[in-house]
Design a protein around this ligand. Structure first.
Ligand SMILES: C[S@@+](CC[C@H](N)C(=O)[O-])C[C@H]1O[C@@H](n2cnc3c(N)ncnc32)[C@H](O)[C@@H]1O
Length: 239
C-alpha cells in the first residue's frame, strides 16, 4: 500500500469517534435525503430476480451510515435484503459501525482488494469513499469483478466543479473554509477536515468519473447533482 493511502486510512482511524457527529453537523443532515434517493432509485430499478435475493456490499462503509440507509429504505419499500456486507480498511471506523449495527458483517479491507467472490453482489455502493482510494482504477476493476451482470454500482461523492457558477463558488467557499473549521472543532483534528476540500480539489468532475467508468464496462443509468453540484449521485449498470 502506498504511503499516501496509509496516511488517509490512519487519518480516518484518528477521527472515527467523532466522525458521525461532525458529519451530521457539517452536512446539516441534508446527506440523508441524498442517501435515500440512492436507495430508492436502486429498489425501483433493479430487476425482479435481483430483488428476490438481494445482495448488497457497501465499500468504504466507515461507521455504517449507508448500510443503515439500505436497511431502513428496504424496509419502507417492503423488501428483504438477503445479504449485506460492509467493507472498510479503517479498524476504528469499523469498530464504531459494529457497535451501531451488531448483526451486520463488517470486513476490514480496501476497495482494491475485496475479499468477495466473483459476480456475487447485485449492488455495490460507495458513499464519499472513492475520493479516498488512491488506486481508483484497480478499485473499479474489483467492483466489476464482484458485481453480477447488470448489477448496479452506486457512487455518492463530492465532485469537482468545472467553471463554477456564483452558487457553486459560494458552496466552494463553505467547503474550503467553514467545513474544516467546524470539523476541526468537533474532532479536534483540523488537518483531517482540511483534507476534505483538498481531496475534492484533487478529484474528478462528474463527467470525467463517468468517462472512466464507461471505459471499464459500466453504463451510466442515473446522475443527479445536489447542493449546487457539490455532491453527485451516480448510478451505473455493469454491462
Ligand atoms: C468520508 S468516509 C465515508 C464513510 C461512509 N461511507 C459514509 O458514507 O459516511 C470515507 C471512508 O473511506 C475509507 N477508505 C479510505 N481509503 C480507502 C480504500 N483504499 N478503500 C476503501 N475504503 C477506504 C475510510 O476509512 C473512511 O471510512
Amino acid at each position: 500500500m502506498s504511503q499516501k493511502q496509509q496516511e488517509i486510512i490512519s487519518m480516518f482511524d484518528n477521527i472515527a469517534d467523532s466522525y458521525d457527529l461532525a458529519n451530521r453537523v457539517m452536512s446539516c443532515g441534508v446527506d440523508i435525503a441524498w442517501r435515500k434517493k440512492a436507495c430508492n432509485f436502486v429498489f425501483k430499478n433493479l430487476n425482479t430476480k435481483s430483488l428476490e435475493n438481494l445482495c448488497i456490499v457497501d465499500v468504504a462503509c466507515g461507521t455504517g451510515d449507508m448500510i443503515n440507509h439500505w436497511l431502513k429504505n428496504a424496509n419502507s419499500n417492503h423488501l428483504q435484503i438477503q445479504k449485506i456486507v460492509g467493507i472498510d480498511p479503517s479498524k476504528n471506523m469499523l469498530e464504531v459501525a459494529k457497535k451501531k449495527l451488531p448483526n451486520i458483517t463488517f470486513i476490514q479491507s480496501e476497495a482494491t482488494k475485496l475479499p468477495l467472490e466473483n459476480q456475487s453482489f447485485d449492488v455495490l455502493s460507495i458513499a464519499y469513499g472513492i475520493r479516498n482510494v488512491v488506486e481508483r482504477k484497480k478499485a473499479f476493476e474489483e467492483f466489476s469483478r464482484v458485481l453480477k451482470k447488470e448489477g448496479l454500482l452506486v457512487i455518492l461523492e463530492f465532485t469537482k466543479c468545472e467553471n463554477p457558477s456564483f452558487m457553486e463558488k459560494l458552496m466552494g467557499f463553505y467547503t474550503k473554509n467553514i467545513l474544516p473549521f467546524i470539523g476541526g472543532i468537533i474532532s479536534k483534528n483540523y488537518k483531517a477536515y482540511k483534507y476534505l476540500p483538498d481531496s475534492i480539489e484533487e478529484f474528478l468532475t462528474a463527467k470525467k468519473l463517468i468517462l472512466e467508468l464507461e471505459e471499464l464496462g459500466f453504463s451510466p443509468v442515473y446522475t443527479k447533482s445536489f447542493s449546487a453540484n457539490v455532491c453527485t449521485l451516480l448510478i451505473f449498470k455493469k454491462n
